[in-house]
Design a protein. Structure first.
Length: 328
């Protein structure tokens, strides 16, 4: 098979049984579909590539493969499919009987691992919005135990298997995707160090580096992430994207104009967003007394931007032709 430029990109593969939620996940995370609209998605019946690199920092392709693949069918070029894949996300519907899914998972993992031992396996225990907290934990324990036992019996050891509880009805799907993506970014620990020193030098509580369109955070400072902070930052990005839609290109000056957004919360915290590159923004949570020294924060953001540009080797944009935050 002939390799094209886009085939050379690192890939995330999404697999799972039919109706497990694969297309919904992809539409909600990468195409801003609202969870309720996924009820009307058409059934996928073949492998399809969804190249998100035009709207997202993340150059990954999502290959949606229906669950019931016959792995002996020679029409699937498995070397090609698994060979260039960084992570295989396997979606298990937690609201359904998952025995068949586990069989399929086992087949896919064994096949993929033999072709590409570097591949990371990310199991999304999905649709957990219908489950109580106890039930969630019990389901994760049961699924991970069964999956690991079977793989161990098949002498498949040393593979990277991770489990995530996910739902498209809350932020858990974005959190899980963030963790998957972070493992595939070679510069991730450099970014984390940069953000940690940025936070320390600026008197900031917490900061995230976001891929705007997907709301995947590709790095944060070293302090622990609490879901609430992450959700707040996601909501801020939604607000900002709506504003960008309203004001669009006409409101934007032709000279370099960086997107900035400030939201004051009622608990004496401030959310402060600044554009870093075409697709990336940094969102900070700052106490309002620290925000009085905004000059220092802004100066440090300037340094941070330069450092991030160097890490990814992207040149700062000039004027409009390089686009701005909103994909259109
Ligand atoms: P696919 O065949 O694997 O691509 O599955 P779909 O994306 O078409 O999803 C099948 C059904 O599951 C749809 O009716 C979705 O609305 C529903 N669904 C997807 N994700 C979730 C979720 O997180 N929670 C719930 N409750 N339903 C979901």
């Amino acid at each position: 098979s002939t390799a094209t430029a886009s085939d050379m990109k690192p890939r995330i593969l999404i697999m799972g049984l039919r109706r497990s939620g694969k297309s919904s996940i992809q539409k909600v995370v990468f195409h801003k579909m609202s969870p309720n609209e996924t009820l009307f998605l058409e059934i996928t019946s073949k492998i399809f590539k969804d190249d998100v690199s035009n709207t997202s920092f993340i150059n990954f392709q999502i290959w949606d493969i229906p669950g019931q693949i016959d792995f002996l069918d020679s029409t699937f070029d498995l070397d090609m499919i698994f060979g260039g894949t960084g992570a295989l996300i396997f979606v298990v519907d937690a609201q359904d009987d998952y025995m068949e899914a586990l069989t399929c998972l086992h087949q896919a993992v064994s096949k993929a691992f033999r072709i590409n031992p570097q591949i990371r396996f990310e199991i999304f225990i999905h649709k957990v919005d219908g489950l109580s907290d106890d039930h969630k934990i019990e389901t994760q324990r049961d699924i991970s135990q069964r999956a690991n036992e079977e793989l161990h019996e098949a002498s498949l050891i040393d593979l990277h298997l991770s489990f995530h509880l996910t739902s498209i009805y809350d932020h858990s799907i974005f959190e899980a995707f963030s963790k998957v993506v972070q493992k595939l970014i070679p510069q991730h620990s450099t970014l984390e160090n940069l953000l940690s020193s940025f936070v320390q030098n600026s008197g900031i509580e917490k900061t995230f580096l976001f891929d705007v369109v997907s709301k995947i955070y590709i790095a944060t400072d070293g302090s622990p992430v609490d879901m609430q902070s992450y959700e707040l930052c996601c909501e801020m990005i939604d607000v900002m994207l709506d504003m960008t839609c309203i004001y669009g290109d006409d409101a934007e000056d032709a000279t370099t104009q960086d997107s900035t957004c400030i939201i004051r919360l009622n608990n004496s915290n401030i959310l402060y967003l600044r554009e870093v590159t075409r697709f990336l923004v940094v969102v900070c949570i700052v106490r309002d007394d620290a925000f009085t020294k905004r000059g220092i924060i802004d100066y440090n953001i300037l340094l941070l931007k330069k450092a991030i540009h160097e890490v990814f080797d992207v040149r700062p944009r000039h004027g409009k032709q390089n686009g701005h935050l909103h994909p259109e």
